[in-house]
Design a protein around this ligand. Structure first.
Ligand SMILES: Nc1nc2c(ncn2[C@@H]2O[C@H](COP(=O)(O)OP(=O)(O)OP(=O)(O)O)[C@@H](O)[C@H]2O)c(=O)[nH]1
Ligand SMILES: [Mg+2]
Length: 328
């Protein structure tokens, strides 16, 4: 099941960001999650922010694999007119350094009459409001919390007499075409609980961690026979180990999934990053190909319908193909 979460307030945020950018913003700060820097980058934002000075912040670097963070910084910094930095927004000094970097990008905006205008955007729960609080030296000017959707409407904050900052609600995009990106976003805590199947997300997360960080997992869960299990069996084994049982001796897989997700989100499994720039590029290419194939099938169907299906079998085959594509 692909993951989608685009509630009404996100559609409103998209419009608000668009309008704000037209009104005049000097620097756009896009916050990414350093554990999923490809999956957390909004593919629609590039169009919205075209021509603006932009800084990508790879946040929560304290939870991410330092070697992979370096690779992602190099990847983004090699793109035209993009600057990327890694941060841990619980620390105040780097946040102040970021503010200085933004000032340098718009050197003409230095007065109360012409203040520097910054817009912070990014996926839900990535740390936008926490960054703002760090930028003002640790005061709580913006509300934060460990769940997606804390900030519900755009908030204007006067950072200093010559700096205005706009905090925006976390935003995803209407169709997440890279399936892995959906799972990574869900694992990171960017997707509302009601919009995901935690068991499925935990199984996908285990698959990735078993491929890239097997030692971290076996150290944490010490499951016997780990290497030969399927990902579903591995989740059940973790549940059994943690005493997540149902009456009758069955494993409570929902509980097991919550354990894995919470421990990943809190960094208990160690510093891990779910994707490299190369892996992500490959997934994007695969998703684009799947989209192109679906479009081609749709065109074929339209042609067949225009001709009019001759037999009952043809009509049924056409309907089945339509249903398959609708599910995809
Ligand atoms: N480990 C770690 N946690 C962080 C960091 N930055 C923020 N957090 C935590 O992430 C959670 C979300 O932070 P917020 O600042 O509310 O996130 P937001 O992007 O404003 O979220 P929405 O308003 O829901 O879109 C909070 O529990 C923060 O304490 C970081 O750099 N490292
Ligand atoms: Mg917020």
């Amino acid at each position: 099941m692909p993951i989608q979460w685009f509630p009404g307030h996100m559609a409103l945020t998209r419009t608000a960001i668009q309008e704000r950018l037209q009104d005049g913003i000097d620097v756009v700060i896009e916050m990414l999650d350093a554990r999923l820097p490809g999956s957390s980058a909004n593919p629609l934002l590039a169009q919205l922010t075209r021509g603006k000075a932009a800084v990508k912040v790879l946040n929560k670097q304290d939870l991410a694999d330092p070697l992979r963070t370096e690779a992602w910084l190099a990847h983004y910094n090699a793109q035209p007119s993009t600057r990327a930095i890694a941060m841990d927004t619980k620390q105040i000094t780097p946040a102040k350094a970021l503010l200085a970097a933004c000032r340098a990008l718009a050197p003409h905006r230095t007065s109360m009459v012409k203040p520097l205008r910054l817009l912070i955007c990014g996926i839900p729960n990535v740390g936008k409001s926490t960054l703002i609080n760090a930028m003002v030296g640790g005061r709580r000017v913006a509300k934060t919390g460990d769940e997606p959707g804390i900030t519900k409407v755009e908030q204007k904050i006067v950072l200093a007499k010559d700096v205005l900052l706009y905090d925006t609600p976390g935003m995803l995009w209407p169709r997440i075409s890279v399936e892995q990106a959906g799972y990574h976003l869900a694992a990171s805590g960017a997707v509302g609980r009601n919009a995901l199947d935690e068991e499925e997300v935990a199984v996908e997360l285990l698959a990735r961690l078993r491929a890239d960080y097997p030692q971290a997992l076996s150290q944490r869960y010490a499951v016997e026979g780990w290497a030969t299990m399927s990902d579903e069996e591995a989740l059940a084994a973790i549940g059994r180990k943690r005493g997540a049982m149902l009456p009758g001796g069955r494993v409570n897989l929902q509980k097991a999934a919550e354990v894995v997700l919470v421990e990943f989100r809190q960094g208990v499994l160690g510093r891990v990053t779910l994707e490299t720039p190369e892996q992500f590029a490959q997934w994007v290419a695969q998703a684009a190909q799947a989209d192109a194939e679906r479009e081609a099938r749709k065109a074929e169907r339209l042609k067949a319908r225009a001709k009019g299906p001759a037999t009952r079998q043809e009509r049924e085959a056409l309907r089945a193909a339509e249903e398959d594509d609708a599910d995809a």
